[in-house]
Design a protein around this ligand. Sequence first.
Ligand code: CO
Ligand code: CO
Ligand code: CO
Length: 317
Amino acid sequence: MVSPLALAVDDAKVLVGLETGDDAGVYLHEGHALVATADFITPVCDDPRRFGRVAAANSVSDVYAMGGQPLFALNLCCFPKSVPQEALTEILQGGLDVLREAGAALIGGHTVQDKELKYGMSVVGRADPDRLLTNAKARPGDRLVLSKPLGTGAVINGFRAEKLDETQLETALCEMERLNAVASRLAVERGARACTDVTGFGLVGHALVVARASNVAIRFRFEDIPAFDAFYEAASQGVSTRATSENRGSAESEFEAQADLNEKQLELLFDPQTSGGLLVTAAPEDARALLEDLKNSGHQAADIGEVLSGPARVTIV
Ligand code: CO
Ligand code: CO
Ligand code: CO
């Protein structure tokens, strides 16, 4: 029997399928690259409207990570009975705000009852098939540019555990609400090669996905990696996440810290991000121009390392 997976991989119209662990699938339809993805998350803050915004920004981000623009979306709602209708309406309104900002239409969705609240979207976008930012295009010599600071995982958990207050959450929350739209457009314009958004696997986990798909090694300079102050404030109080240790465990055989890092610094590298920034690879001159553009458009972006020849591996110096 032919598995459905094999069928999908063999189909010449599937430009990006399951095999490279990319951010979104890409399907060639009458000369257009259609980009499709789905994502949902649990609450990151107390304000339902802002949670809706973050969930939507996180969902559309996978389209941006492929160099695409979102066209339309479907809501994915797992809503508990215990949450008041007003709050649910606010969540959906937050999602709609972000879709408007992204220039995409909401055309439907699905709701189920669940014990734990989750919200997100399935999003379809389009991209230029010749300028897709896939995970498989990184080349030795490329620089790596990151468009947002790291640390949302521990920050969110610190807030949930009442070890951080709302002011400490605020900077990270604003970054989570920020669309990766501008960063993506700038990356495409500057001729970037590979791209992924840093989400649940953390910086090293997602860098490894790119390294494996492109068959290259990646080297980060720790001192150049931007982090939220609140991450260290949370980590100093012992706050971490379950995913952080899982991410660390699964990267173990392909990860090496040559720099002398303390426990908090190591945690940052594996901290799961919600609506994280784009990690972009580009030739040095293009990367320099991209970094300039990102900074000029208000991104706390940084050049954090380089691509080396393989085998797939992530090193921190
Ligand atoms: Co992604
Ligand atoms: Co995703
Ligand atoms: Co990608």
